[in-house]
Design a protein around this ligand. Structure first.
Ligand code: SAM
Length: 282
């Protein structure tokens, strides 16, 4: 493979549009045109981008997707360490964010190779800022798990999650996920369905889970944003006495814990454990 013509080698993670070619940045173009090698998630899609953008690419192009990351990352870093300018680009958005890149970034860090990024569109961040929900603290959860049990566990965590949460979801699973979410978080939790962001048919729906229950036929690429729960009034441990009192007054401990957890926005599991801990300590 050719080496960088001068100076130090570098690996650059380059963002690409998530639906609107006008979001491709001049700096992304310049870095791609100056690269010695380009690792592209899908080489055909990358070549289509080059052709739409009329880029003259001189570097070697090769495919770099999740299944081959482990095998190819070390070779990319070898090249960078011997002076090559390498680019990593995924099909859409920021590399690494539910896209290839994590392995090579870590390989580069481990071996002291220089890494930088040409930032750009990211569906998660775009959906977050359009949702109108708090963006000072948020968490990105990636794709909603496909398996029912895992999905349930993921949504259970949101009961007491105060930060805004962002998911990626496919259109065909959206209805099921919204239903599952409503069963766990109730009809009043607010969500935002951001679909086809930056594209001609961009649509941002801001609803409660109850309102979303009737939605049918949502198509396209989707990012789902869930508003955090109201700030907790206390920690689970603060409600042990109250749970014990309710139990003494005849409630089943599990019901008492559930009721308090729902009202106070604390984790039912944590509160139950705290009660058991306190009983063991007596
Ligand atoms: N790396 C990308 C990024 O920075 O956003 C994400 C790649 S992930 C494999 C693809 C998922 O992102 C899609 O299935 C969809 O959930 C979400 N997504 C991508 N483009 C989108 C768009 N234009 N509008 C809404 N969601 C989008």
């Amino acid at each position: 493979m050719p080496k960088g013509d001068k100076g130090e080698g570098i690996l650059t993670l380059v963002a690409s549009p998530i639906g609107n070619d006008l979001d491709f940045s001049p700096r992304a173009r310049s870095v791609i045109e100056g690269a010695d090698l380009i690792a592209a998630e899908d080489t055909r899609r990358f070549l289509a981008l080059c052709s739409r953008e009329k880029m003259s690419v001189k570097g070697k192009i090769f495919s770099y997707y999740d299944q081959v990351e482990k095998g190819k990352a070390a070779k990319i870093v070898d090249e960078v360490l011997s002076g090559a300018k390498a680019v990593l680009i995924s099909d859409a958005g920021m590399p690494v964010i539910n896209d290839p890149g994590y392995v090579v970034v870590n390989e580069a860090i481990k071996r002291g190779a220089k890494v930088t990024c040409v930032p750009g569109p990211c569906a998660a961040v775009t959906a977050l800022i359009l949702s109108g929900f708090r963006a000072d603290k948020f968490c990105f959860e990636g794709f909603v798990p496909r398996k029912e049990g895992e999905r349930k566990r993921e949504f259970e965590k949101l009961r007491s999650e105060e930060r805004t949460a962002i998911f990626y979801e496919s259109a065909k699973r959206l209805e099921g996920s919204l239903k599952g979410m409503e069963e766990i978080l109730g009809p009043n939790r607010r969500i935002c369905i951001a679909r086809e962001l930056t594209k001609e048919h961009e649509e941002v729906l801001r609803l409660t889970l109850g309102q979303a229950a009737g939605l049918k036929g949502i198509m396209g690429e989707i990012a789902l944003v869930v508003e955090g729960c109201p700030p907790r009034k206390g920690e689970a441990a603060d409600f042990v006495e109250e749970a014990e009192r309710m139990a003494r007054e005849g409630a089943r401990l599990k019901d008492a814990v559930k009721e308090i957890a729902k009202r106070e926005g604390v984790s039912a599991h944590e509160l139950y454990e705290k009660v058991q801990e306190s009983r063991r300590g007596k």
